[in-house]
Write a protein that binds this ligand. Sequence first.
Ligand code: C2E
Ligand code: MG
Ligand code: MG
Ligand code: MG
Length: 289
Amino acid sequence: NADAAMYRAKETGKNNCQFYAHEMNASLEHKLALMEGLRTALAERQFRLLYQPKVDVETGRVFGVEALLRWHHPQRGVVGPDQFIPLAEESGAIVDIGEWVLLTACRQARAWRDAGLAPVTISVNVSARQFDEARLVQRVQRALERSGLEPEWLELEVTESLVMRDLRESVEKMRALERMGIALAIDDFGTGYSSLAALKSFPISCLKIDQSFVRDLDSSADDQAIARAIISLSHQLQLRVIAEGVETGAQRDFLLRNGCREMQGYLFGRPLPPEEIQRLLEGQATVPA
Ligand code: C2E
Ligand code: MG
Ligand code: MG
Ligand code: MG
């Protein structure tokens, strides 16, 4: 009987191994297939940008939008950035994709302005490999020139972990971007590691409170303390602060009560195609061009 049990256990173990091996092959295959697809995705125009409103909750105004990338895969449908940006980083495809994002976003912002809509800042995410690229600053400059967008309407979002890898190099690059008149924001703030000393030396204008601290604001005293601390730190350092992932009225009220008036999240608007952003902006006061 004991032997039979042992035998069963062994068999099950073996099956589990086969099962895991099978799963692993499946995910590896999935990854390789996506990587292969990424090589032609740009040429085949499979990327789209969505834009998520950033709202000043005190006035109700949309003052900016964040460009968020989507891949319309011919077989798999819409693939989100968390699934393919890491692969594009690994293969290097991110450099060209990132350049397309930058130019497309700048052109879109310019087009909204030309349509007579109230101006909004356009925020673009930059990943590690893009940031490391020697020609990053020239690429940004070129996107501005080609689109005709003034630099003060462009903001780049970088993460703490990204800029902390090589502090001196990062600060130098950020200064060059700042001199061009571009704003820099630290994305997902609080999730990476950055020293306060480093933060002080960054030529940034905004901290984005990561959505992981916003999610449980209603119930978690710790998250409340963290959110308050980030807001107060921003104020002390004379930085703007924006909360990401705001989904409920209670989260909004807490943030507003504690001095954070800029917010982004499903409560105010999901990432939207450009036509819908246009409609949203049409509802706002226009300014003469
Ligand atoms: P992120 O820059 O921190 O962007 C915020 C993410 O949160 C977006 O996911 C957005 O759709 C989502 N989000 C916004 N509001 C809410 C909310 O109320 N609740 C919840 N649960 N989620 C919300 P998305 O679009 O899937 O992008 C994921 C990440 O991919 C981004 O995080 C960014 O790091 C990266 N990414 C997106 N577009 C680009 C791009 O063009 N270039 C690069 N390098 N990275 C990008
Ligand atoms: Mg971002
Ligand atoms: Mg973020
Ligand atoms: Mg994120």
